[in-house]
Design a protein around this ligand. Structure first.
Ligand code: SF4
Length: 338
């Protein structure tokens, strides 16, 4: 295969992976004939498979925290002679190893963990990265180091077959015509980004009373919250957390009348699918990682302590999320619903 392809080493987080899509769009626009392949973990491959800019997705399950030197060397060797350039999106040292072992001519990324040598086109780490939208943070890598990106960026979007979205409903025991309210209750980052389960339960009861079918979506880690919401809402919410693959969750969100999310990966999925959405922000800032969709409404209390970016509330009260009333969220969700 000629050395005319681009390799992108993907972020490890779902939301970040969606925020990386404008970079792929820019790379495509700059070099339309250059195919883009993505190396990613199973936690994020379903979204890259739904991005029109991507040609091939290589799934590798690098364990979090493990160096996996031998494995990365083996993959790098297999990639030799295949790529003209590589973009390394995670900041970790180990993430730059595959392009280095593959001997790719241009290896682009932020300096990150002092990756001089591993990368040979290095961008300085932004000093206030939390103030910079993540889409811009990644898209900047398409420019030469030092040249500031000024253009508007496209919003992320994912391809979905509407018939597949209906089929997913049926597979999971839902009626094809059900007006689903998808409640995305997780936030991998920590409890300071999770709206309380009792609030989600009250929301589910209110939405069910208005004729909607609330379902809880999330990973295996969200099962206790999902079960608790199902129980506290006396069965108004159906817990599907831990019972769907990520791809099924994407299809269910695509087929939802409205989505209510924490600031999480699924919030960005809902935005990229253009679904009506209410996004609840706690310790983080909507300036940094907003849902990039005109169909999204952000609810953010903006207290004097906001945003603290903590994983757990350092003040112990989590007022930023507790003070977002379920009745108000229900009203927004019903008003927004398709
Ligand atoms: S310190 Fe303030 S912003 Fe941070 S989690 Fe607690 S209530 Fe929320």
């Amino acid at each position: 295969m000629p050395a005319g392809r681009t390799l992108v080493v993907a972020p490890n987080w779902l939301g970040d992976s969606l925020m990386a899509q404008p970079l792929l769009t820019r790379l495509r626009a700059k070099q339309p004939s250059m195919a883009i392949d993505v190396l990613a973990t199973p936690a994020v491959t379903p979204v890259f498979r739904r991005m029109p800019e991507v040609d091939q997705v290589f799934e590798e399950d690098f364990r979090h925290g493990q160096l996996g030197l031998r494995r990365r060397w083996r993959i790098g060797r297999a990639f030799r002679g295949r790529y003209a350039q590589a973009f390394v999106l995670p900041n970790a040292w180990k993430s730059a190893l595959v392009p280095f072992f593959a001997d790719i001519d241009l290896r682009v990324g932020y300096v990150g963990e002092s990756r001089y040598g591993l990368l040979n086109v290095t961008h300085r780490n932004p000093t206030a990265s939390r103030e910079m939208p993540m889409t811009r943070f990644y898209a900047q890598l398409a420019e030469p180091p030092g040249r500031r990106l000024v253009d508007e960026l496209p919003a992320p979007w994912l391809r979905v077959d509407p018939l597949a979205a209906i089929a997913a409903k049926v597979t999971l025991g839902l009626k094809p015509a059900a007006r689903i309210a998808a409640l995305c209750v997780g936030a991998e980052y920590g409890p300071a980004k999770r709206w309380p389960t009792e609030h989600f339960a009250e929301l589910a009861s209110r939405l069910a009373a208005a004729g909607m079918t609330p379902i809880v979506l999330g990973t295996q880690k969200d099962v206790p919250a999902g079960l608790s919401i199902e129980q506290l809402s006396s069965g108004a919410a159906l817990n599907l957390a831990g019972r769907t693959s990520l791809d099924e969750a994407i299809l269910l969100i695509a087929g939802s009348a409205v989505v209510v999310t924490n600031d999480s990966g699924l919030m960005h999925v809902a935005a990229a699918l253009g679904r009506p959405q209410v996004a609840l922000f706690g310790s983080s800032s909507p300036a940094h990682t907003p849902p990039l969709s005109e169909a999204a409404t952000v609810v953010y209390r903006e207290l004097s302590c906001s945003p603290c970016f903590a994983r757990e509330c350092p003040l112990g009260h989590l007022r930023c999320l507790r003070e977002i009333a379920p009745a108000a969220v229900a009203e927004l969700a019903l008003g927004r619903s398709a």
